[in-house]
Each structure stands twice: as C-alpha cells, then as structure tokens.
Design a protein around this ligand. Structure first.
Ligand code: BGP
Length: 462
C-alpha cells in the first residue's frame, strides 16, 4: 500500500446512482423490494436517488475541490451482469470505466466495493445468499470487474458489512428477503464470507497490482458493569458482531467458540463443508475496511426469545436486541443520540482500533465509513450542520489518537459524499457532505461540514 493517507468519502451504487433501468441494467433485489408493498416504512425507491449515474462528474469534481483524495463507491452487479451470471453488459462496464477515469483525472484514488447490498434479482429468486451457487456467481462477477478495472483500481473491497447486511435481511427483517431467523442469517452470512474468500483467491490468481479487503461494520463492545456475567455478554457480542467476520477474513478460519455457540444453539451447520476451509485459508485479505459509527453496549441475556429491532422512522427509541443465550443490548441514558437513536460516542473508534490492533496486529485498516444521519435544513442557500462537524471531528481526533498508539490506519472516508437514499430510512435521513435537493432536480450544495472537512484535510500533517 502506498503511503499517502486517504481522506475522502463514500457511497454505494443503489443509494446514489438512480438510472435503475437504464443502459441494460438488470433488476436487483432492492429495485424489486422498493417497488413492492413490503417497502412500507418510508415507501420511496432508489429509481433516481441522487442521480449520480448522470452527475458523477460534478460529484467527483466537488470532492476534489473539497480536498479529498479518495472515493469509495460500489459497482452495481446488475449493470455488469444483468442476470447475475452469463451475459456481460458493455454499457454498464463503460459507465464504471468513465467513473474510475474521472476519479483519476482529479487525482482521487478509487476504492471499489463489489457488493453493497444490491443482489441481482435472478439470484435472489434462487435463494440469494442462502444458495451456495451465489458464491460462484459472485466469483464470476468479481473476475469480470478485476479484469476490466484492475489496471487502475488499487483498492478493492469484496463485500460490504456481512454482519449488518444479514442482520437486517434475516434477523431484523427490514431488508429483503425480510426474514426473522437467526439460523437462516448464519447460513447467508457464511456464504457471504465464502464468496468474499473466493473473490480474494481469484484476485490473487490474476496477479494484479493492488490490495483487496472486506468491509466490516465493527464495534467496540462495552458494558456498564464489570462483572463475570457482563464480561461474558461482551465476549458473546464480540463473536456475534465482530469476530464472526473479522477472524474469518483476516485469519482464514472461524473462531472455535463461535462454532461451538452455533452448535449449542442447535443451528444447522451442514452447509459448512470441509473443502471450504482451504478457500478461507487462502482467501485472506490485505486490509480491513471498517465502518465505524457507534459502539455496542451489552448486558447479560435474561429471558425471552430472540428479537432485534431498528429505528427506521427517526422517532422513538434506538435499536433493541435480545439474543437468546448470547446477550441483550443495554442503553446509557446519559449519552447523546441522533433522532434514530444512534449513540454519539466518538471514543468508540479509538477503543475499536486498539482492539483490532490487539487481535490483528499486522492488518492495516481503512475507515471505509463514518458519519451521522440527521434532518439537515436548507435555509437561505446554506446548510448548517454543526452536529455533523462535531461528530466527524470527534471521530477523526480519536482515530488519529489511535494512530499515534501504533494502529495502522491508512485512510478515512466520510459517509457520505453527498446525500443519498438511506435504505428504508428513506431520503430525509441525510449523511452527505453535500446537500442534494431531491425535489429540485437533485441540485447539489456543499454543507458547512464539507468546508470544515476541506479545511481539516488542508491543515493535516502526518
Ligand atoms: C452502513 C451502510 C451504508 C449506509 C450507512 C448508514 O451500514 O454500509 O450503506 O447506509 O450504514 O446507515 P443508514 O443509511 O441505514 O442510516
């Protein structure tokens, strides 16, 4: 990896591109879900989103003018292989060539995620990530991307958030396929990890000059009490959220305690084949992408069936979880939260980075997402978002502090480059450094935080 610290921002295809049925793109599970009656919390779609497909040049220019030298985006699998496998769509490939070339023209390093939640509908209908064939389809798709773009893309990420994606899709049930079953969740997550390892192996075989990682939503797991029961709850939550992903892609195997826990839960693990062990062992990553937003506070499990909920409306409480025989979520009433109940706790990134250093001392980290959603207001041509500046400043300071303690952090990307579709939270939960006026031809206006970030990067000295 080269030495330049990456300062930039991030997006994902379905959340910003729009052009959902243009230039030969196939349908994804999110296209279909958003058009269905199951999408009933904030029933809007990503059909147009931030119109990045047509306005990427303006967006990338704005990043460059904002002092950013890195852009993380994802490729829509359905633009490359409209049916998930087989026929390749040249117009989709051409779009990403243009996007990458525009980044390079502005001296912005492209960091490319291959899979950020949007699965080809054709594969989704055949069982999606619960079907082992999807891992082969992903490998095929990854290979096309590596061959097309691998000469200019030096940072690849296989999968975005195997933990959070499957938690929403198969445990909370608010993302397609809207299932509430932890055992099905573990099944889908296993295949995501296998798909990632297969893609890493393929990348290595091609001998390209670049690095490949996975993006993991990882958390500093904390408790309000220091007792054996609380400490055990912390260990369980660490396996549940962090180590079931990070150990697998960094060390190439599942933690023994995690497998034991699944077995004692009575989870069917017959889909974990002996031959996969080799794939995991050889498919380890070069760097860990970390999406860091908040910590997880836990307490011991007491009673009741497993239940997970999230706040997708911006009113009421934050996320809740009771994971039978593992842990429960706790709440610290003294800390500040955003309207969706996300705790604002910047020290969590410091604690997390030190924990990652202890567990994976030789694996570099890139903070692939960090940011805060809020109801930003466009008043007299300006967007004042001091809460975002405070949040970013707090996290960046803590990240840099961890760096001085020896954590090998190589980059930091704000979520998000501009306002975009916040999954089932809709469009009102805004994360962007740049405001998008969704009701007025998607016009862009930089927010106060954009200028703050620009000045911060300008003054940063390693
Ligand atoms: C991450 C996802 C992003 C983004 C972000 C904010 O988990 O990788 O795609 O959406 O979280 O989350 P949300 O939009 O649900 O508030």
């Amino acid at each position: 990896m080269d030495n330049k610290f990456l300062w930039g921002s991030a997006t994902a295809a379905y959340q910003c591109e729009g052009a959902w049925n243009e230039d030969g793109k196939g349908l994804s599970n999110w296209d279909v879900f958003c058009h269905s009656e199951k999408n009933n919390v904030n029933p809007v779609t990503g059909d147009v989103a931030s119109d990045h497909y047509h306005r990427y040049e303006e967006d990338i220019k704005m990043m460059a003018e904002g002092g950013q030298n890195a852009y993380r985006f994802s490729i829509a699998w359905t633009r490359i292989l409209p049916n998930g496998v087989g026929e390749v769509n040249q117009k989709g490939i051409d779009f990403y060539h243009r996007l990458i070339d525009t980044c390079l023209k502005h001296e912005i390093e492209p960091l490319v995620t291959l899979y950020h939640y949007d699965l080809p509908q054709k594969l989704f209908e055949k069982g999606g990530w619960e079907n082992r064939e999807t891992t082969d389809a992903f490998e095929e798709y990854a290979k096309v991307c590596f061959k097309e773009f691998g000469d200019r893309v030096k940072y690849w990420m296989t999968i975005n958030e195997p933990n959070y994606d499957t938690l929403c899709s198969y445990a909370i049930g608010n993302y397609p396929p809207n299932v509430q079953s932890l055992s099905r969740r573990w099944h889908a997550m296993y295949h995501l990890m296998l798909a990632s390892a297969k893609a890493v192996n393929t990348y290595r075989k091609l001998g390209l000059n670049g690095e490949i990682g996975l993006v993991s939503d990882s958390y500093s797991i904390e408790a309000l009490e220091d007792t054996p029961a609380y400490n055990q709850a912390k260990k369980n939550a660490d396996l549940f959220f962090n180590r079931s992903v990070n150990d697998v892609c960094v060390y190439g195997h599942y933690p023994e305690q995690f497998i034991q826990k699944l077995v004692s839960d009575g989870v069917d693990t017959s889909y974990m084949f002996e031959e996969d062990k080799k794939i995991f062992q050889t498919g380890t990553i070069d760097f860990l992408g970390i999406n860091a937003y908040d910590r997880i506070l836990v307490k011991p499990y007491t009673s009741g069936e497993t239940i997970l909920t999230n706040n997708n409306t911006g009113t009421g409480d934050g996320p809740k979880a009771v994971i039978k025989d593992w842990f429960e979520f706790d709440d610290d009433p003294t800390t500040e939260k955003n309207p969706w109940g996300m705790e604002i706790y910047p020290k969590s990134i410091y604690d997390l980075l030190l924990e990652l250093k202890a567990l994976y001392p030789t694996t570099p980290v890139i903070i692939t997402e960090n940011g805060i959603g809020n109801y930003d207001k466009f008043i007299n041509g300006e967007i004042k978002d001091p809460y975002r500046i405070d949040y970013l400043k707090g996290f960046i300071e803590n990240m840099l502090e961890a760096k001085t303690k020896g954590c090998d952090v190589r980059g930091y990307l704000v979520w998000s480059t501009m306002d975009l579709y916040s999954w089932i939270n809709g469009y009102e939960k805004r994360y962007g450094l740049v405001y998008v006026d969704f009701d007025n031809e998607n016009q862009r206006t930089p927010k106060e935080s954009y200028y703050w970030y620009r000045d911060f990067i300008r003054n940063y000295e390693e």
